[in-house]
Structures are given as structure tokens and as C-alpha cells.
Design a protein around this ligand. Structure first.
Ligand code: GLC
Length: 576
């Protein structure tokens, strides 16, 4: 098995170094690279600005590819870079074959991809096709008349039929997913903002358009796609009435409906399998069965999905570690025999992981960030690291609504006002959990604006950049950054961290999350103290300091059978 994997990795690496286009005439049976990969997520607006307009861009990313390589990651998932009016920072696409001018040109994109492949880094693009922008040509046509050939590209409800059955919108300030359009006296559907009309996947022409777009990027040589909000694409277009209050449990009515699996099979046949592309869906439905049905190899749909259970756990008021252990353990066991999962604690829709799962208190912040990185890189599944988390970047914690840029935060605020809700509680929730916390510019160095831009950044830079930045951490062997690099190396050197069976130990321990990973005669013991107090745990057998593979404290090397861990200490031992 090990030899096989090595051989396959070698073959794939050769393919990548030669930078061959991904197009393949015949399907080759290989061990998928994405199981062994660590994926680094870049929010392009916030990563690196090369031209001083305050917005990150492709040239900026190109200039930092050596840094990205130095992290030991294998692939980059880029949030959308297509032409967009930016109602939702690129998740409202007006041209799927164009590059957002703020980000650069297609020549920049081609250079980015070539430079990534030269370094053996793969590229995953974000495919946003549950909806387009209302400024997309398809929608302009669609709304122009009821008989326009594009009418059926979207969901319309003629007003003479009365008010459409209520549909909940995640981003709308009234919570209403139907928007009236007087031009044709009809309502259109938008599960997200009104500038994000939902595409009608029941229309085969829409599906063909999407596959053509995917082929366009595949022909360029991209290595995979993340399918945005994909679990929502299939809808019952008769639009039956849902029970009152359904919005409290809207996933049950929105996720994995109708023909979704048929569409995925078709997409797999038409695009994914032809180009050997990695695929990951945002959202995994409502049950393990749903999740399995997405990624079961025999069904030929997708490679991976990611579920929200793990990121839904932390609340402003705290969370229960036992619950976290249960969620991650349940997901692991549901995929122990078949399928594969994504492991992540953060992304562009979440606030910073250090604040959510631990603390940014100065005395604990570094240990906590290292612990959380050790966690995502020592679980079974493909780890996704969100830019800045390799440094332990923290929430900015805005106080005023004017400081926010995120449409979900701003429209949510308007909704609370409209409904006469508790504005103070809402603002406190935003301060802890707003997506903008996770979108502040990357902290490169101690120069103004953290070296992100020479201009005025589109979103405030976190003032702690003098403390937390790449340049400073690069020089410090004990930094969060260097611990991250050490951890990606360790994962590569220990197949047990990738493939090893996971076993939870001492579920009831209130502070320590402990587990083993076992694979082909090797067993690792992983301990994380998720609390800000010292913790003791009694181990299955005595451990010696010599067995420690990685430790986020340079001052405490726990030994013996009863070990004491410092606050947020995280240690991996080699048991055999
Ligand atoms: C997904 C994206 C999110 C976006 C939404 C609408 O959830 O991750 O950022 O706002 O879809 O496209």
C-alpha cells in the first residue's frame, strides 16, 4: 500500500512538474492525491495587493507563492476571482469566464497557474452556480421578457398567481427569497441576496452552460473545483407551500432535494471524470447518508464534501468540548470504511478559529493557535487551512456596523432593526462571529497596513499586525508559523496521520481531547488541552519525552502514564 502510494505520488508529481494540461482521454486508476494533500484557502481580496488599490490581487498571490510553498501545502483553494459586481465579494458572478478587474487579467491568471504548477502546487477554483449575479447577461435577458429564451434560466413566479409560497433567504434584509420585478410582473427566487438570483438547474441548458464553464477552466489546467452552496441547486419548481416556521430548519427543505444526485452524476460524466478533477461540495446535506451519497466512489459524483457541524459548535457564550469531540468522532466513524471527509475549523464564512475554539488572550494565543493547527493536521480527512491561521491571526472585533463590509452582517443588522430585535445582542454576535473577522488583510510584516497594501485596504487591518506577522514569525523557530510548517512535514512523514484509524480516548475528559491514529504497525497518540488551565490525563501506557514527535511548548515535555499538560498544550507521541 505504502509503495503504491509513493509510486502514485511520484507519477503525479512528475505530471505536475511537467505542467501537463489535465485533459485525459482515458480514465487512469490512481490513488487520489487529494487524500494526502493539505489545502490552503486564499481569500484573494485580502491576501496581497500588488498595485496599491487596497484590494488583494493575482499578482500579489504570485509574489507570495514561495511563501505558500514553504508552508508545506499541496493545493490552494481560491475564493471566486470571476467578474462580479461584488455584492457578496465575488459570490455573485457576472461573467464566469472573466477575471475580476480588481484582481487582474486572464494573463495574470495563466501566469499564476503556471507558477503554481512549477512549484507543485495545485489550484482549486470556486464554482458558484447555485446562483449568478443579477448583472449576468443570462439574468438581464431572463428578466427582460416572459418569452425570452433565457427566462427559464432562473426561477420566476408570475404575480397573477398571487404571492409565491414563502421561501426563506439567508441574506435578505426581510428574510424573503422572492423579489418582485415590475418589468415582467413576476417574482424571482434568491436563496441568498437579491443580487444573487438562483439558477434553474432543472433546465438542461443551464446545466450545459455550467459544464462548459467548468471545461473552460479545466482546459486551462485547473486541478479541481469547490462547488459553492451546491446542496441547494435542486428545487421542486412547483414551489409547494412549506410548513409555517420551516425556516428554523430550512436545511431540511433546501438541502439535497429532487434531482441533485442526477445532476452530480451528469457533471461527473461530462466534466469531472474527463479531466481528473478534484471536487468538493460546500454542504453535506442533513445526514451521514446524504454525505455518503455525495462522495461514495461507486456513485461517481464528488470526491469530498464539507459539513458545517464542526464550525457550528462555538458560540459567543462558549461551547462544550464533549460536544466537539462527539461531532468530530461521529464524522470520522461515519467515514471510517468508505468515503473521505474535509477537516477544517475556519474559512471565509467564519470568524477566526483562535477566537472561536480557544482564546486570543495574549498569554495563550500562540499555544492555542498551534494546538488548533495540530488538531486539523492530525485528524483523518483532508485538512483545509484558511490563510492567516498558520500565523494565528485573530478576530478584529468591530464595534460599529459602519466598519463591516460583509453583506450577510449588514443585511442581518437591517433585519434585526426591521423586526425590532435585540440590536445589542446582534452586534455582540457579529463581533464574535462575523465573517469579516476572518477576512481582514493578511499580516505580512510590520510596515504600514501590515505590508498588505501601499494604499487604503478595503477592510481594516487588524491592529495586532505588529505582533502577528509573517516576517516576525518566519525568523522565530518557536512561532505559530514554524509550528505549522513542522506539522505539515510531520503529516507527510507519517501516513498514520493521513490514513490511520482514529480512536477517541477518555471521551468524558472535560479539558483534554485525546485520540490515537493507527496505521500499518504505527500508532500515534495525540493530546490537546482545549482549556486555559493545566490538565492531567492518565494515558493507556507510560510515554517518554523521547517519543514526542511534536509539542507546542518548548518548556514542558510530559512524561509517564499520568501526564500534565499546560494550557492549550498539544503533543503527539509515537507509541509504536
Ligand atoms: C457560500 C459561500 C459564501 C457565500 C454564499 C453565497 O456559502 O461560502 O461566502 O456568501 O455561498 O454564494
Amino acid at each position: 500500500m505504502k509503495t503504491n502510494i509513493l509510486l502514485i505520488v511520484a507519477l503525479l508529481t512528475i505530471g505536475l512538474t511537467n505542467c501537463t494540461p489535465k485533459k485525459q482521454e482515458t480514465a487512469v486508476q490512481v490513488q487520489p492525491w487529494w487524500k494526502e494533500a493539505v489545502i490552503y484557502q486564499i481569500y484573494p481580496r485580502s491576501f496581497k495587493d500588488s498595485d496599491g488599490d487596497g484590494v488583494g490581487d493575482l499578482k500579489g498571490i504570485i509574489s507570495e507563492l514561495d511563501y505558500i510553498k514553504s508552508l508545506g501545502v499541496d493545493a490552494v483553494w481560491l475564493n471566486p476571482i470571476y467578474t462580479s459586481p461584488n455584492a457578496d465579494n465575488g459570490y455573485d458572478v457576472s461573467d464566469y469566464r472573466g477575471i475580476q478587474p480588481e484582481f487582474g487579467t486572464m494573463a495574470d491568471f495563466d501566469q499564476l497557474l503556471a507558477e503554481m504548477h512549477k512549484r507543485g502546487i495545485r489550484l482549486i477554483m470556486d464554482m458558484v452556480v447555485n446562483h449568478s449575479s443579477d448583472e449576468h447577461e443570462w439574468f438581464k435577458q431572463s428578466r427582460s421578457s416572459r418569452t425570452n429564451p433565457y427566462r427559464n434560466y432562473y426561477h420566476w413566479w408570475p404575480a397573477e398567481k398571487g404571492t409565491p409560497p414563502y421561501r426563506y433567504s439567508l441574506f435578505d434584509e426581510k428574510g424573503d427569497a422572492w423579489q418582485y420585478d415590475s418589468l415582467t410582473n413576476a417574482y424571482y427566487l434568491h436563496y441568498f441576496a437579491d443580487k444573487q438570483p438562483d439558477l434553474n438547474w432543472e433546465n438542461p441548458k443551464v446545466r450545459q452552460e455550467v459544464y462548459d464553464i467548468m471545461k473552460f477552466w479545466a482546459e486551462k489546467g485547473v486541478d479541481g473545483f469547490r462547488l459553492d452552496a451546491f446542496q441547494f441547486v435542486a428545487k421542486d419548481t412547483a414551489f409547494p407551500k412549506f410548513p409555517d416556521g420551516f425556516e428554523k430548519n430550512f436545511m431540511k427543505y433546501y438541502a439535497m432535494q429532487g434531482n441533485l444526485h442526477e445532476y452530480l452524476k451528469e457533471m461527473n460524466r461530462e466534466v469531472l471524470s474527463k479531466y481528473n478533477l478534484m471536487s468538493v461540495a460546500e454542504g453535506a446535506g442533513n445526514s451521514f447518508e446524504d454525505a455518503h451519497n455525495l462522495v461514495d466512489e461507486d456513485r461517481q459524483e464528488l470526491n469530498m464534501a464539507y459539513a458545517f457541524d464542526g464550525v457550528d459548535i462555538p458560540k459567543r457564550t462558549g461551547y462544550d468540548l464533549l460536544h466537539l469531540k462527539d461531532v468530530f468522532s461521529r464524522w470520522d466513524s461515519a467515514f471510517a470504511q468508505k468515503g473521505w471527509i474535509s477537516i477544517f475549523l475556519a474559512n471565509h464564512d467564519q470568524a477566526r478559529m483562535v477566537n472561536r475554539y480557544a482564546t486570543d488572550a495574549p498569554q495563550f494565543r500562540e499555544a492555542a493557535a498551534k494546538m488548533l493547527n495540530t488538531f486539523i493536521l492530525s485528524m483523518r480527512g483532508t485538512p483545509y487551512c484558511y490563510y492567516g491561521d498558520e500565523l494565528g491571526m485573530t478576530n478584529i472585533g468591530f464595534e460599529k456596523i459602519e466598519q463591516y463590509q460583509d453583506i450577510a452582517s449588514i443585511n442581518g443588522y437591517k433585519k434585526v432593526l426591521n423586526e425590532g430585535g435585540d440590536v445589542a445582542a446582534y452586534m455582540a454576535d457579529l463581533k464574535f462571529g462575523s465573517r469579516d473577522n476572518g477576512r481582514t488583510p493578511m499580516q505580512w510584516n510590520s510596515s504600514p497596513q501590515a505590508g498588505f497594501t501601499t494604499g487604503t485596504p478595503w477592510l481594516y487591518v487588524n491592529p495586532n499586525y505588529l505582533e502577528i506577522n509573517v516576517a516576525k514569525q518566519d525568523k522565530d523557530p518557536d512561532s505559530v508559523l514554524n509550528h505549522f510548517r513542522q506539522m505539515t512535514r510531520l503529516r507527510k512523514e507519517n501516513p498514520a496521520l493521513i490514513y490511520g484509524a482514529y480512536q477517541l480516548l477518555q471521551r468524558e475528559h472535560p479539558q483534554v481531547y485525546a485520540y490515537t491514529r493507527t496505521h500499518e504497525g504505527s500508532r500515534l497518540l495525540v493530546l490537546h488541552n482545549f482549556s486555559d488551565r493545566e490538565a492531567s490525563i492518565s494515558l493507556p501506557e507510560a510515554m517518554s519525552a523521547k517519543q514526542i514527535l511534536i509539542n507546542n511548548y518548548s518548556t514542558n515535555f510530559p512524561e509517564g502514564q499520568e501526564v500534565r499538560l499546560k494550557p492549550y498544550q498539544s503533543v503527539i507521541y509515537k507509541m509504536k
